[in-house]
Design a binder for this molecule. Structure first.
Ligand SMILES: [Ca+2]
Length: 269
């Protein structure tokens, strides 16, 4: 429906975040010496629950998994992509503010914001299997197939052993201007870590080996003028079909986008 919408970019000398709510045409975007800004294209638009304060998003086998936040309203849910219908939901106790989620093998891992505790669920039943502790705040989480990758609101990303949940490494994320702080929701895509930078409409493309930001995706104007919504915060990758989904806190829509720097891969079943 929105396939004609393009978020083309041009180099700009401005140093301000150029998010332009409501604008759907071309936008001028900040760039830097070593990190270009990439245009993207909307491939599909789907409904999203306006009550879902999105803090984590993941996709597997045709199902969207979403972690939501806010004290007393946090949860973990499965939804049908095409309709946004909630298929299954697990509510968190009111003292926890839910944060990022990721699906690792047959489990779902969910962080909490300031409680220093994460939850591990059975992917199918959402039965709580175990909890684990960490010393920082919990913001976003994803994995590269071998390690969990976790953000804590700073410029540091932590690597965790998925079996022991212990920290086994970390990187500092930076671009030409220095450390990139407030890394939030994460998604590992084709050898890179994508990270929302809170509270902006920008996503950093991060090289996992070094922490270097190799590019920016600016989704300012993606949603258009909608009242009472929060910021962009939700990235999910469908590995099987090479699809990338994004949404935001309390957004009425979820978008499949194509990043123009990507070459479509031949995806193995
Ligand atoms: Ca994600």
């Amino acid at each position: 429906m929105d396939s004609a919408s393009l978020f083309e970019t041009s180099n700009s000398s401005t140093s301000q975040n150029p998010a332009l709510p409501g604008k759907t045409g071309s936008v001028s975007l900040k760039t830097s010496e070593n990190a270009s800004v990439h245009p993207c294209k909307i491939i599909n638009t789907y409904p999203h629950d306006r009550r879902a304060f999105t803090q984590g998003l993941a996709f597997e086998d045709g199902i969207l998994f979403e972690g939501t936040g806010v004290y007393g309203e946090s949860g973990l849910r499965k939804t049908e992509l095409e309709t946004g219908r909630v298929l299954q939901i697990h509510k968190l106790p009111a003292q926890f503010f839910g944060e990022g989620i990721t699906i690792f093998e047959d489990k779902v891992i969910q962080l909490t914001w300031r409680s220093n505790v994460g939850f591990i669920y059975d992917k199918v039943s959402f039965d709580l299997l175990e909890t684990f502790k960490y010393s920082t705040e919990g913001w976003g989480v994803t994995h590269d197939g071998k390690r969990l990758i976790m953000s804590d609101g700073t410029s540091t990303l932590h690597f965790l052993d998925p079996k022991t949940l212990k920290t086994i490494g970390q990187i500092e994320v930076y671009d030409a201007h220095g450390p990139v702080k407030r890394l939030n929701e994460l998604e590992y895509v084709q050898g890179e870590i994508l990270a929302n930078v809170w509270p902006t409409d920008r996503i950093a493309r991060i090289r996992p080996e070094t922490g270097q930001v190799v590019g920016w995706i600016d989704l300012g104007g993606l949603l258009g003028p909608v009242a009472n919504v929060g910021v962009l915060n939700g990235i999910a990758y469908d590995r099987k079909h090479d699809r990338l989904f994004v949404t935001g806190k309390l957004w009425p829509k979820l978008f499949e986008i194509e990043l123009r720097f990507q070459r479509k891969r031949k995806v193995k079943e």
